[in-house]
Design a protein around this ligand. Structure first.
Ligand SMILES: Nc1nc2c(ncn2[C@@H]2O[C@H](COP(=O)(O)OP(=O)(O)OP(=O)(O)O)[C@@H](O)[C@H]2O)c(=O)[nH]1
Ligand SMILES: [Mg+2]
Length: 1105
């Protein structure tokens, strides 16, 4: 098949109606990349024989070796179709441009799915016919729902039902019906959720109206006598009911939800086997049987799936009621599945699994297929199977026809999708009407406003850019062979290096016939001494154009993710950049473009440095929309943190440069430099980390880098425990500390207590709300503050850095963004009210909260009990803003109260156990006394500030240690699909690593168990690999960060009573797990360890002798 020249694709970019932008989504390993192979083969990019085996879009060697996609990649494909406009008309050739994004299914890379889906108009969701709906299937379905993408369902790996499960066609039909029900149940639950929300909103609106009406009428009634007013109210109550019922039909519209479900009769379900290269929809079979049965095609289409039967005598279609006790097979079994099963029987079945030539001949004759003679003689039954199917039910036809017919083109999709998307974007009411119109009504013309969304930055080596490559799509045979040879060598090298035993022979063969390929980017082993600038990386924005035409040389504004059209000039000011090049994305290779109209996916050069990870591009600044995604599905916040250092200290700069590049090129990576000077990257999981390190070593930093042991986060907390020591100072009570600064000028009295559990839980869950309330308050304060307000003390400078931390953090993962201040306060008060002991302590504290911490948003609170309310109230309404000129003396102490608040941030940021953040602590500030005059302290303000902060921090720490301290472990929730045979081994691994099973289920129609477990992050390294090894690859875990859980053991506990000593011996042989973790973290951080380095020296001496 000849390669489609890029010029043809470029021409098609101009016709919006013929474009389809789709992404392929599924759980890991359900066959996305194999399926796209079949589509790529139709454009002559790979040989059809290899489709489904080569996984062309997995172009990284590590993707090939592991068989896992790690990056989403896009490719543009040409497809043409002969179509009749009317039944009698001459068929007309219609041409289409399919822009396709293959996404990764592994949970570590789920952020790539969110970025891909925002660019597309439709989605192809795959489900493995045997495994059924898995965790990521639900996630991607939710993503299509939230992004309002029109989905198609592909039930892939149908061959497994035949060859592995050995189901009969009837059994397979039952299995498939159940699977479909399962998928539809998931979609239905989203619809239900939305409907309930609508319903609630509608009810609220009605309630509001009723109250308003009551109030209005009540006012009228106020003029009259009481009696009259009562009478009116009574009648209003009736009215009231009447209002609700009578307005129901008018106001509340039931949404049509028919078209959200997957139904084969509606042609949005495709049955396929990517590996054997076939797929079909009932519509195709309807075409096949139309003449044979004499039933109209559109009728057949509707009855091929479902409870419909064919009367063998009359050739009429019967519903289930008309069976009259006869045992007929559903039409889908008889007319569809049995035919497919027969091909398998004819090629792979038969007496000795070598096929059944007689049956095969019958089939090929019956279907009027002509297979080349050499194929018919072939000894390889698989080749025969593929040949029959590629002549009969080629995968690409079923899929591409469905895509073209069922999924919307950009004009239609934008009209349907963009109004809601724009309405949900920040500052929506300030979006320019012209821009809004050009986007929703798809105006690709030259003078129209240009709006594009860049979902991620892709890094491409310089040698890969089209300017440095020979132009033209086709390679000569020699070049292709040479490229193939090179690739083969490289992959083998990489494989030898990885020491894996995956079968890559087929892969390297496959690449040898790849026609468009990419040259040098696959570097097996790094060269011994690579030159730093030998092949620098370029960052290219992966974007979708929504309106206008973008041309090389255009100058456009780059809007950062926090931009809002309400304040277009707010800091940071959007930058204006010049587009230096545009590219058509063809997997790993790029083709230069001069300009590109709306509705297309495009690679944009010139954004390097202007966009960190994602952003919006617009030709105007005022009234530009911010399209940054708010519907990110990736709950998987970066959790695996590792400190890196170069193997040769001289390479440090290279490494830092590389880390910065990596952070830009990967949406899920965070890079930070700790105060200790360590360079730390946070990644979404172990596999992700591995990929990042490989990229760093080979592409971004080009130097050898060593990764330290993963840094696992912990939290520190306190509880009231039975075996606690007596309070340090019985006169003050437990947790109460009186701190005096060294100069004796400031005295602080405070008390530390554990927060009630419901409160801590509420705060952990609603970090998003606290964050938002905090930034709103900050904005208010800034507006109020006079320009001369700042007092420029060290404390303030320090505080600023704390604020940056908050801003820099990704907020998508946190809940509670939409809680209003009043709601938040109410629910927090409810949480406090749940605490039954010490009711007095927690009464009315919500109004006294001065701060949350650490980083001002954490789950610890500072409560101001001072007489003059020295600290500012945190949860205050706007009108409650403090007066600007409190009296002089008070202001003087208030300054110090600020320092106390800052010390609270410090103390909660680094706890006394092992310098990890605290969780669930309340600090009551009881009094703050200054023993010097304002003038005196003004003179020594620097010293006093330092002293106050230090004293307060130490006081909080010793208050903390007066209770029984606890360590909280980070936990993963872990989902594993495993067959009954390997279940025992999976349980073994989980329990040995200190995990526990939460549930085990066997969801129909899958034959695999789904196990849900909790596993400490600290014990999770190597877990996936171990599970895979122990189960010979039959179980693959998906780990998601779940939260922190308390380890109920005091790390300082030592046996003291006689009984305990007797039980455990002096050394407490039972290991204190909490202490082990604490010591490990302390050792890593270089903190003092109270450990005897030499124990029983005498014994060691004898040992030596
Ligand atoms: N039996 C069978 N195996 C298939 C089929 N399609 C894909 N596979 C196999 O399933 C495995 C995963 O295929 P991929 O195409 O890499 O799956 P993927 O969905 O792209 O995986 P990720 O991108 O890593 O999420 C490979 O070993 C394929 O050979 C199919 O139709 N039948
Ligand atoms: Mg894949």
């Amino acid at each position: 098949m000849p390669v489609v020249p890029p010029e043809k694709l470029v021409k098609l970019q101009q016709q919006g109606e013929g474009i389809r932008n789709i992404c392929i989504l599924a759980h890991v390993d359900h066959g996305k990349t194999s399926l796209t192979d079949a589509l790529i083969a139709t454009n002559g990019i790979i040989s059809p024989k290899l489709a489904g085996k080569i996984r062309y879009l997995d172009s990284r060697p590590d993707e090939q070796l592991r068989g896992i996609t790690m990056e989403s990649s896009a490719i543009s494909l040409y497809f043409s179709l002969l179509r009749r406009n009317a039944p009698e008309a001459e068929p007309e050739r219609k041409e289409y441009l399919i822009n396709l994004i293959d996404s990764p299914g592994h949970i570590d890379f789920s952020s790539e799915v969110s970025t891909a889906s925002r660019l597309c108009d439709g989605a192809v969701v795959l489900v493995d016919a045997v495994e059924g709906v898995c965790s990521q299937t639900v996630t991607v379905l939710r993503q299509t729902w939230l992004e309002k993408l029109r989905p198609l369902l592909v039930i892939n790996k149908m061959d497994r039902l035949i060859t592995e499960l050995k189901l009969s066609p009837s059994e397979a039909y039952t299995h498939l019906s159940k699977l479909l029900e399962q998928v539809n149940a998931v979609v239905g639950s989203f619809a239900l959720g939305e409907r309930m929300e609508d319903d609630l909103r509608w009810r609220e609106r009605i309630d509001e109206k009723v109250t308003a009406a009551v109030a209005a009428k009540g006012q009228h009634a106020g003029d009259g006598t009481n009696g009259v007013s009562k009478g009116r109210k009574a009648s209003l109550a009736e009215d009231d009911e009447g209002l609700v019922t009578s307005s129901t039909p008018a106001e509340y519209e039931e949404k049509e939800d028919e078209d959200i479900y997957f139904e084969p009769e509606r042609n949005n379900v495709i049955f396929s086997s990517a590996i054997d290269g076939w797929a079909f929809t009932p519509r195709q079979f309807a075409g096949l049987y139309e003449k044979k049965l004499g039933i109209k095609r559109h009728v057949l289409e509707k009855v091929l799936w479902g409870d419909f039967y064919l009367d063998p005598k009359t050739k009429r279609i019967l519903g289930p009621k008309h069976l009259k006790g006869r045992h007929l097979k559903p039409m889908f079994v008889q007319l569809v599945l049995e035919q497919v099963w027969a091909v398998y029987e004819a090629t792979l079945g038969g007496p000795n699994k070598k096929g059944d030539p007689v049956l095969l001949e019958k089939i090929t004759k019956g279907l009027n297929l002509s297979l080349p003679a050499h194929v018919m003689r072939s000894k390889d039954p698989k080749a025969l199977l593929s040949a029959v199917f590629s002549a009969w039910l080629p995968l690409s036809t079923a899929l591409l026809v469905s895509v073209v017919e069922q999924l919307p083109n950009p004009p239609t999709a934008q009209q349907a999708r963009l109004p809601a998307l724009l309405a949900a974007s920040p500052g929506a009411e300030h979006i320019d009407a012209g821009v809004r119109d050009a986007m929703t009504h798809f105006k690709p013309g030259k003078g129209q406003p240009v709006v594009a969304y860049v979902s991620k930055m892709v890094s491409v080596p310089e040698s890969e850019l089209p300017v440095n490559k020979r132009r033209g799509g086709m390679l000569s045979a020699d070049e292709a062979r040479e490229l193939g040879r090179k690739k083969r060598a490289e992959i083998e090298k990489a494989q030898a290096q990885a020491n894996g035993n995956a079968d890559v022979a087929s892969v390297s063969d496959a690449f040898s016939s790849a026609a468009i390929g990419d040259a040098d980017e696959i570097t097996g082993a790094p060269e011994p001494e690579p030159e730093p600038n030998e092949d620098p990386e370029h960052l290219i924005g992966f974007a979708r154009l929504f309106s206008g035409t973008l041309t090389v040389g255009d100058e456009v504004y780059v809007l950062p993710p926090k931009y809002t059209p309400a304040r277009p000039h707010a800091h940071p000011q959007p930058r204006k950049v010049k587009i230096t090049a545009l590219y058509l994305l063809m997997g790993r290779s790029l083709e230069s473009l001069d300009s590109v109209p709306a509705g297309n996916l495009v690679g944009i050069a010139g954004l390097e440095g202007a966009i960190l990870k994602s952003g919006t591009i617009c030709s105007q600044l005022e009234g530009a929309p911010n399209l940054s995604s708010t519907n990110a599905i990736s709950k998987n916040a970066p959790i695996v943190r590792v400190a890196l250092e170069p193997a040769f200290p001289g390479d440090l700069d290279k490494m830092i440069r590389g880390l910065r590049l990596l952070e830009q090129a990967d949406p899920a990576v965070l890079y930070e430099q700790l105060e200790s000077g360590e360079h730390v990257i946070c990644t979404a999981g172990e596999l992700h980390l591995e990929r990042c390190l490989k990229d760093l070593r080979e592409r971004f930093a080009k130097c050898d880098i060593q990764a330290g042991e993963a840094i696992v986060p912990y939290r520190e907390s306190i509880v009231r425990a039975e075996e606690m020591n007596a309070p340090r100072d019985p006169a003050l009570g437990r947790g109460r500390v009186e701190g005096v600064t060294t100069s004796k000028q400031v005295t602080i009295k405070l008390r530390v207590r554990p927060l009630p559990v419901p409160v801590t839980e509420f705060l952990v869950k609603h970090t998003g709300a606290v964050k938002r309330l905090y930034s709103e308050r900050k904005a208010q304060d800034q507006e109020r503050a006079s320009p001369l307000g700042g007092d420029g003390t060290t404390g303030d400078a320090l505080e600023d850095t704390g604020e940056q931390d908050i801003d820099a953090e990704d907020t998508t993962a946190e809940g509670g963004h939409d809680l209003s201040l009043a709601e938040f306060k109410q629910r927090l008060a409810d949480a406090f009210a749940e605490e039954k002991t010490d009711k007095d302590v927690w009464k009315d504290v919500v109004d006294k909260i001065a701060a949350f911490g650490p980083r001002r948003v954490g789950p610890n609170v500072l409560i101001d009990l001072t007489e003059d309310n020295l600290c500012e109230k945190f949860l205050r309404e706007e009108h409650e803003a403090p007066a600007d000129n409190p009296n002089h003396a008070n202001k003087h102490t208030s300054t110090f109260a600020d320092k106390v608040a800052y010390a609270f941030q410090l103390a909660t940021h680094q706890g006394p156990l092992c310098s990890e953040p605290l969780q669930g602590i309340a600090v009551f500030l009881e009094s703050l006394t200054i023993h010097s005059s304002p003038e005196e302290s003004a003179q020594n303000i620097g010293r006093l500030t330092g002293e106050t902060i230090r004293t307060t921090r130490d006081a909080i720490r010793s208050g903390f240690l007066d209770w029984s301290p606890r360590l909280l472990l980070a936990l993963y929730s872990c989902e594993i699909q495993a067959s009954a045979e390997v279940l025992g081994r999976v349980y073994g691994v989980i329990s040995r690593r200190g995990g526990r099973i939460v549930s085990e289920s066997l969801p129909e129609p899958s034959t695999n168990f789904t196990i849900l477990a909790l596993l400490p992050v600290a014990e999770s390294f190597g877990f996936s690999d171990e599970i895979r090894q122990r189960t010979s690859g039959f179980a693959a875990p998906q780990l998601v960060f779940e939260g922190f859980e308390m380890l109920d053991e005091d790390p300082f506990w030592v046996p003291t009573t006689e009984e305990e000593l007797e039980d455990l011996g002096e050394k407490a042989d039972r290991e204190n797990v909490a202490k082990r973790y604490v010591d490990k973290v302390r050792a890593r951080k270089g903190l003092v360890l109270d450990r005897k380095v030499v124990e029983s020296a005498e014994k060691q001496k004898t040992l030596k002798r």
